[in-house]
Each structure stands twice: as C-alpha cells, then as structure tokens.
Design a protein around this ligand. Structure first.
Ligand code: FES
Ligand code: MG
Length: 575
C-alpha cells in the first residue's frame, strides 16, 4: 500500500467504464459487490498440474489458503502459473524454471493483487515462484505442497530418486528383475507430494522456511497430512495481515536470510541444486551472494539431519522428529544463524523456533554429535579445470575418492557415455575419472541432472560402487556418488572442460578445494586455438531465447535480462 490506497483499488475502485469492466466480469463467479470494498486482494499463484505429479494436489491446498484469506477479511483469487515437473519434462525441467519465474512475475504484476500466496512443490517450482515474486516485491508467502509419505517396499523404507539409482544398479548387476522393479516403483510413490528424500524439492521447501518465506514447520508436513492444510489456511490468514503491514519479500530475503539458508542447507545435508536456485533468487533481490559464500558460510556447520541420500531416514521421519524448526533452533542457539532475521510471521526466525523440541535424536542429531563433521558438506572447487567454480556434495561421495588422481575418460555428451557404458570391452578402470561435458546451461541446453551417470556395467559387476565423475551439468538432489558438478564455465562456451582429452591426468582434491588437469597453460592455449563452439541447439523459439540469455551456473543460470527487481507498478490502463 502506498499513500494509503491499496494497489487493487486502482482497478476495483475506479469509476466509469474501466471500473465497471474490472468488477463486472469478476462478478460472473458469484462474488457480491462487497469484495471490491478495498479489502486486500490476494492472489494464489498455483503450480498445480497433473503433469507435475508432485504438485497434483495443490488445487486442494489452494482451497485451504482461500478459507484462511476469507477468514481474515481478504478476497482470494487463485491463478495458474506454469508448472515444471521434474520427472516428465524433456529435455529437463530446469530449462523452464526461468520461464516459470517470468510468468509468475508478469501475472502478479499485471493483475489487481495486493499480496500473493505461492504454491509450489516439485524442484523448480519453489525457486521459480520465489524468483518471480522477488522481482515484483509485493507481500508474498510460500506454501510448499509437502513430501510424499515414506516409500515402503518389502518392509523397508525406500526413498524417491535415491532408490531409483539403487534399483537400476541392482537391475544391471542382476540382483533385481524388471518385474520386481515394476512393483518397487509403485511402492516408492504412494501418496500425493514431492520427493520425500532430502532431494531438491525437500531442500528448497526447507530453504523457503529458512529464508523466512514460509511459516515455521511448513516444509515438512506430509502432503496428505491434515496439518499441511491447516498450515495453508494459516498462510491465507497471514498474507492478509502481511498486506496491512506491507511486509515484502525484500524485507525478508536479506543477505542475512540467505546466510541462514546456506547454513541450514549444510545442516540438513541438502541438495547441490540449492546453490543455483538461491543464487538466482538473490540476484532478483540485488543481494550480493557468490559461490564462495556457499563454501565459506557452510564450513562451520555439521550435517545433523540423517536423511537420504546422505543418510538413512525420510521426510516423514524428519517431520515427526520436529522438522526444520529444531534444526534452526540448534543453529540459532549455537550462534550459527542470525536469529534476528525477519520472517513472514512478522517475527524473527529465532523467535519462531525458540520453543522447537526434538522428538527423535536419531533423525535430527545435536550439533555435538552430528552425522557429518563441520566442513564435510557441499564444497566449492576452483582450479584450471573450473575457473568459474564447481561443486561437490561430500556427504554423498565416497571419502576415499575425495582426494584422487586418475586418467580422464572423456565424453562429449551424456548420450555418448550411455551408448557405451554397458560395453564389456569399454576401455575404463575403476581409478579413471569419467568426464561428461555438453550438459551445461547453454550446451544441453538447460543444465539437466545427468552428472551422476551410472558406473560402467563391467565395473559394477566387478563390485565397483563409485568413481569420480566430472560434469558441467547438475545432479538430482536425490543422487549420490563422488560427482563434481556445475563446472563453470561450461564446455559449450569454451570452458577448460572443453579442452580435456581422454588420457589427461585429472586431480580432485576436495580438502584443498581444487579440481585440476595436469596440463601446462600453453598446452591448454594450444588446444583452445583449435576449439570450435558447438552449433547452437535452437535457431528460434524459447530454446533460442534460453541459449542467448542464460547465465552460467555460478550466476544461478537465470536469464541476464531477468536479474533484479522491477517492482509492481503498472501505470497504464487496459481499456
Ligand atoms: Fe518432483 Fe522429485 S520429482 S520433487
Ligand atoms: Mg531434481
């Protein structure tokens, strides 16, 4: 609200023809004239879609939000924002995160809204909505859809994604049949909700809570739990008050909030994708955050949540143990997060979690007895193979491979690797380093989750369970292995990864935070002189826009023209 007049009144309070048009057509949904009396108009931006299975229940979550908005005296209007489901979209949902963000931004700005509730779930939908909302900066609160119930197969917990990789290895190694896999896949996804491992969706839900953008405890209630719907209703009430208070994303998502989120991510053993998404969200707000912050800020923080893929349990267990508020309280008590950071509750994050209690110390450890020691989370690497940086999730890697020198075996695309990885005569040994390039933001395009390629079948059968893999793409938050990701600059723009050849010696030294190829600079320069950029993947359409404007991984892979905030003002009439 500026100068005391609510934004939506520029539409609904107008006299004459314009006001008539704005009000009359909305009344076809049975609203009486009282909804235009100046009460807060609340948009509910929903990424519901049956094509995004993780978000397929968000229409029901929206009903709960609406109930809360009405209760608090607001006027709710639900609208669809492009959804991006991780599992079905080709070539990768990541290609569409920025489009989702752009759509959210434009729809929020173009419509008569005073505040917005953001409904997300699957990986890209949470950062996409936060990016869009940040660039408009109207009061906003997020409600994530919640995780699926724990998968159960043959009496054991199975985790989304994480067990897909395991089942595939078992299938290839002859420990499972295809028919058994059919049964297992049904047992893994047995309720509404997003992946219930600490994959990217759960991570980003926790990041939204740690940033202060969703209500305490929201990240972990299962999608089918009545408390999920209660929290959604509470968010509906709260956004109406936030409009009165003029509490905006820019006041919540400060540098302090991002630092808190980075430390929370280390404590939960969260996804490497959080690095890219948080960087992109920060870019929208003008918050200064670079790759080295993710290493430096995370270093003093141990991992205390024992969830797959780094640990044993799943989101349902995390929820029943007390959820993210317990983790945030541990961190706040130890001075590891800024407890004064403001949240959508109108209170500080420290106040929000002050009474959080842990109900299961196996699932959420204490800082004194952590799952992984401080500094063993996601590390940022530098070196002549990744001058713009690269990342590795140490907790999902094999400790013995964190310092390793090996012969590079290079593939120009993930497809090139898949074409030969089952070949019993493939010239590869366990100590070799698999390099997969052409999977970066511009090269693929869209920076897919392909970096954790399977171990060559002949080595799997010989009992090899992990190898060093290096890629300019991403890895699913549910994935594991000694995998170096997000190598920047990517091969497609001429990064050094483009110059490596099979037979070169590559050294990974995670304790020293380096990734290097044993070649003198002049040899790299000689190779660069003979390097030709790949042909563009798209000559027109959205793919063309994407490849022209996407930033490298270390800048969050946002579009260059979307960085920053553009505010909510729309001075001109439509009629
Ligand atoms: Fe949607 Fe994992 S596939 S959250
Ligand atoms: Mg994913």
């Amino acid at each position: 609200m500026s100068d005391g007049v609510r934004r939506s009144q520029a539409w609904f309070g107008a006299a004459g023809r314009s006001g008539m048009i704005y009000r009359s057509w909305l009344r076809n949904q049975g609203h009486g004239p009282e909804v235009f009396d100046g009460r807060p108009v609340i948009g509910i931006a929903s990424t519901w879609s049956e094509l995004a299975p993780c978000n397929a229940h968000l229409n029901r979550v929206a009903e709960s939000v609406k109930r809360g908005v009405w209760q608090a005296g607001g006027f709710p209007l639900e609208f669809p924002v492009m959804s991006a489901g991780e599992t079905l979209m080709r070539p990768t949902a990541m290609l569409y995160r920025n489009l989702l963000a752009m759509q959210a931004e434009e729809l929020i700005r173009a419509n008569p809204l005073d505040g917005v509730v953001l409904l997300s779930g699957c990986d890209k939908t949470t950062p996409g909505l936060l990016m869009g909302a940040a660039s408009v900066d109207l009061p906003a609160i997020m409600v994530t859809g919640g995780p699926m119930l724990n998968g159960k197969f043959r009496g054991e917990d199975v985790g989304s994604g994480t067990h897909v990789w395991k089942f595939e290895e078992d299938l290839k190694a002859g420990r499972m049949t295809q028919d058994e896999c059919f049964v297992a896949e049904g047992c893994m996804a047995r309720s509404n909700g997003h992946c219930m491992t600490m994959g990217t969706a759960s991570t980003m839900a926790c990041m939204a809570e740690a940033l202060g953008m969703q209500l305490p405890g929201s990240a972990t209630w299962p999608a089918v739990d009545a408390r999920r719907f209660e929290v959604a209703q509470e968010a509906g009430r709260r956004i109406v008050a936030m409009v009165e208070e003029d509490l905006r994303p820019s006041a919540v998502m400060t540098r302090s909030a991002f630092a808190n989120a980075i430390r929370a991510n280390a404590a939960i053993g969260g996804s490497t994708n959080a690095i890219i998404h948080l960087t992109a969200i920060a870019g929208r707000l003008g918050v200064d955050l670079d790759l080295d912050d993710f290493d430096g800020l995370a270093r003093p923080v141990p991992t205390i949540v024992d969830l797959m893929p780094s640990g044993r349990f799943l989101m349902e267990d995390f929820c029943y143990a007390g959820g993210l508020p317990v983790v945030l309280r541990e961190l706040a008590d130890a001075g590891l997060i800024d407890g004064d950071a403001l949240t959508v509750t109108g209170r500080s994050i420290g106040a929000n979690v002050a009474s959080a209690e842990c109900w299961n110390r196996e699932v959420i450890r204490s800082l004194a007895e952590p799952l992984q020691a401080p500094g063993s989370g996601t590390a940022v690497l530098r070196g002549n193979l990744c001058p713009g940086g690269a990342v590795i999730k140490q907790s999902a890697a094999s400790p013995s491979l964190l310092t390793h020198t090996g012969r590079a075996v290079v593939f120009d695309s993930p497809e090139d690797y898949h074409a030969v990885c089952d070949d019993p005569d493939l010239d590869i040994a366990a100590a070799d380093v698999i390099v997969i390039r052409g999977a970066g933001p511009r090269g693929y395009p869209g920076m897919p989750e392909v970096a954790n390629v399977p171990i060559p079948t002949k080595l799997l059968r010989a009992g090899v369970t992990d190898m060093v893999r290096i890629c300019d793409g991403r890895m699913s938050g549910t994935g594991y292995g000694t995998v170096v990701l997000h190598v920047s600059p990517e091969a497609a723009v001429g990064g050094p990864l483009a110059l490596v050849r099979t037979g070169d010696s590559v050294t990974l030294d995670v304790p020293a935070r380096t990734l290097t190829v044993d070649l003198p600079d002049d040899e790299l320069e000689r190779r660069r002189a003979g390097w030709k950029p790949p042909n563009p993947a798209h000559a027109s359409g959205y793919g063309w826009l994407y490849t022209q404007h996407v930033l490298q991984a270390d800048r969050g892979a946002d579009f260059d023209f979307l960085v920053g905030s553009r505010g909510a003002a729309v001075p001109r009439e439509s009629h």
